[in-house]
Ligand binder design. Structure first.
Ligand code: NAP
Ligand code: GDD
Length: 342
């Protein structure tokens, strides 16, 4: 049985990836951080008691900012594949804690690669780095593997470092180290402060009369949104390729935040109208109730306004393509919220 080690297993992608790999008969080891409250809820359906034998999912305490824990875990597990999904992954928050974000998202990657390098003679461990479309930042054209990076946040800058160091360790030491450059991907398990989940959750509550108003920032940035379950399949395919390489994973389609809101409202059969401009723009229902307002609090010092990928290389080499449309993704996210608001 193959062994995988996932840093960032408690996050959205970690949970989908763990389930995907278990289905593929892997034994999955995951790194969790000590927290004062439970942080493994996304793994509840695959959780196994620590004392159970022949477990498919084994959780370990660790942290990518703690070199010794990274070393000890890799030495003890000797996985076939490592997926580095660990990150302070919120772009806006990275402006508040830039040094911490760089330590986790940038140097964290280097810490793992150093350990893989030190064990090269013992085992050739494959490495996946969770790169991001945010690295393209200010680019105005459609983005693929040949597009130059132009990061616009401490988060994106740290991810550019992680991307580069992954490539350097591949070229310098022959490590099977690959970068995914994933565009935004969402799901019912998405963190609550990312815009899609925030919108779906709030509009569902508004529809049910449980919330009055939703406050948002920039409605006019555009994103290329896919489903997390499709994107974790791409991560696995990237590590099964003949040679380690870098791949854009996207849907090739782009929508603004405002379009996303309108699609969610449509799914909820909530009639939404718009009036005003800039900070004074509002969304209101046919009864005249103001349900969306703009708050300065949610604008970033710099924003990325145009993300749209081209996944041709992944299609050709990995035979990967997105399986879920934005409409299907929204339906699934809305149904999840409706169920949880019974
Ligand atoms: P997420 O839900 O925020 O999950 C991040 C994971 O990293 C969590 O398990 C978190 O643990 C863990 N983590 C944070 N700091 C850590 C540390 N110091 N040591 C060990 N683990 C740590 O993010 P996601 O959406 O699943 O994304 C997964 C990865 O893909 C991230 O690296 C993200 O930057 C990247 N990415 C995401 C997208 C997207 O659209 N979702 C697109 C491109 C790239 P806790 O639960 O304890 O906080
Ligand atoms: N979070 C948030 N909250 N974003 C808002 C809001 C709000 O209230 N109002 C408008 N936005 C805008 C942001 O300014 C941004 O332009 C866009 O919505 C998307 O924001 P997020 O959902 O926070 O995602 P992101 O694109 O910044 O980052 C996500 O995708 C990246 C891949 O491109 C994260 O998952 C990153 O980790 C990932 O790398």
């Amino acid at each position: 049985m193959k062994k995988a080690l996932i840093f960032g297993i408690t996050g959205q992608d970690g949970a989908y990836l763990a389930k995907y790999l278990i289905k593929k008969k892997y034994v999955v080891h995951g790194v969790i951080r000590r927290s004062s409250s439970f942080n493994t809820s996304r793994l509840d359906d695959i959780y196994e008691e620590p004392f159970k034998k022949n477990k498919k999912l084994i959780l370990h305490y660790g942290d990518v900012i703690d070199s010794s824990s990274v070393f000890k875990l890799i030495e003890a597990i000797m996985p076939d594949e490592i997926y580095n999904l660990a990150a302070q992954s919120h772009v806006a928050v990275s402006f508040e804690i830039p040094e911490y974000t760089s330590n986790v998202d940038g140097i964290g990657t280097l810490r793992i690669l150093e350990v893989i390098k030190s064990f090269l003679k013992r085992k050739k461990i494959k490495f996946y780095q969770a790169g991001t479309s945010e690295m393209f930042g200010g680019v105005q054209n459609i983005q693929d593997e040949n597009t130059k990076f132009d990061p616009k946040s401490p988060y994106a800058a740290s991810k550019v470092f992680a991307h580069s160091i992954t490539k350097i360790y591949r070229d310098a030491y022959g490590i099977f180290a690959a970068n995914g450059i994933l565009f935004n991907h969402e799901s019912p398990l998405r963190g609550e402060t990312f815009v899609t989940k925030k919108i779906v959750k709030a509009l569902t509550k508004i529809k049910l009369g449980k919330q009055k108003c939703l406050y948002l920032g920039n409605l006019y940035s555009k994103r290329d949104w896919g489903h997390a379950k499709d994107y974790v399949a791409a991560m696995w395919k990237i590590l099964q390729a003949k040679k380690a390489d870098d791949f854009v994973i996207a849907t090739n389609r782009q929508f603004s935040i405002k379009q996303f809101i309108n699609l969610v409202a449509k799914e909820l059969k909530l009639k939404l109208n718009w009036r005003g401009k800039g900070i004074n723009e509002i969304g209101f229902t046919s009864e005249g109730k103001v349900v969306i307002k703009i708050s300065k609090k949610y604008f970033r010092p710099l924003d990325v306004n145009n993300l749209q990928g081209n996944y041709s290389k992944a299609k050709k080499i990995l035979k990967w393509k997105p399986e879920t449309s934005l409409a299907q993704l929204i339906k699934e996210m809305v149904n999840f919220e409706l169920k949880n608001n019974d």
